[in-house]
Design a protein around this ligand. Structure first.
Ligand code: SF4
Length: 335
């Protein structure tokens, strides 16, 4: 059974490294705002980034928008059907191309996500650790893929992994594959797939600047388009360094303006894929908008902060700053 390519694509991009529970409200809001790929292509990138704010891994939102524009411009609003053509589109890798080809178009394609990797590792009792064994697991999965009903097969494998062949306590007695499963026969199912020991995540530290202009507006800036949180809006901050929090001279030197900065109590913590982040805040107020010249960035009234494309870490920082400067975070609103 084939699905709507736009919905399949949108859900697969949102679900990358994100839970179903977190994605559901975003998926609904995106479909309401942009019911077709053409509508999404016609949207401003800023509106898409704002709607994505809080979902994380923001390069996905930029690629989503670029991909919609390419599908609308190059393919007349229809997604290409083959894995090879799909993989040429921004943000569509091996997994997503296979999922769209199989689920949306019923094409023969092997869809391998973490659930499928686990099922295959157990069916064949593969004991070499991830991630190095990944290509081998994919090759084994390809030997199982049927010539027809590939979408149903892919979804059945993913569902089996999510509900029966679970990471802990797989329910082998209820599994339709128990008769052909090597790991179940050997009694090693729960220990597979094995994983190479991961390096510890380092902790980076920095200081963020809460600068007000005397008229209840706060200084924000836009991050560069590439890299972590590319193109998102942020409070200015020092560099996030692994060596530790910057000293007072460094905080003054990296500040957007010279001002009487005072430290706010507390620390805001956030975890990214590759590091933990600990930020403290310093605050200052300027006499009026004129005093803010040279600060760079742009000013946003406190009550309108919720309308910005703020990633989760910045939302946490702003809530913390509002609480520490005696305001209610609920006073900001999101449109
Ligand atoms: Fe997974 Fe057990 Fe089924 Fe094997 S028998 S696929 S280990 S649930």
């Amino acid at each position: 059974m084939a699905g709507d390519p736009y919905r399949v694509w949108l859900s697969e991009i949102m679900l990358q490294q994100t839970t179903v529970a977190a994605v559901i409200p975003y998926f609904g809001r995106f479909l309401e705002a942009w019911p077709t790929v053409g509508a999404l292509a016609a949207a401003e990138l800023d509106a898409v980034l704002r709607a994505w704010a809080g979902l994380g891994y923001y390069a996905r939102a930029r690629n989503l928008h670029a991909c919609a524009r390419e599908v609308a411009g190059r393919f007349g609003g229809r997604f290409p059907e083959t894995e090879a053509a799909l993989r040429e589109l921004p943000g569509i890798g091996l997994y997503t191309a296979a999922a769209i080809a199989a689920i949306a178009f019923g094409r023969p394609a092997t869809v391998v996500d973490g659930n499928v990797e686990r099922v295959v590792a157990r069916l064949f009792a593969v004991t070499e650790p991830l991630p190095a064994v990944r290509p081998h697991l994919r090759a084994l999965a390809e030997t199982l893929t049927p010539d027809r009903d590939c979408g149903d097969f892919a979804q059945a494998m993913m569902d089996l992994g999510a509900t029966v062949c679970t990471p802990r306590r797989p329910r082998c007695l209820a599994c339709p594959l128990v008769g052909v499963c090597a790991a179940a026969a050997a009694g090693i199912a729960e220990s597979l797939p094995r994983r190479a020991v991961k390096a510890e995540r380092p902790t980076r530290r920095g200081v963020a600047y809460w600068l007000e202009d005397g008229e209840e507006a706060v200084l924000l800036r836009r991050r560069v388009d590439t890299g972590l949180l590319g193109g998102m809006i942020e409070l200015p901050s020092t560099e996030w360094a692994v060596q530790g929090a910057p000293d007072a001279d460094s905080v003054a030197g990296q500040a957007p303006v010279r001002a009487a900065w005072r430290a706010l109590p507390g620390t805001v913590r956030h975890t990214f894929t590759h590091f933990h982040l600990e930020l403290t805040l310093v605050a200052a107020g300027l006499a009026g908008p004129g005093a803010a010249s040279g600060a760079g960035g742009f000013w946003v009234p406190v009550a309108r902060l919720g309308e910005q494309a703020l990633p989760s870490v910045m939302q946490k920082l702003i809530r913390h700053a509002l609480a520490e400067t005696g305001r209610d975070a609920r006073a900001t609103r999101k449109t």
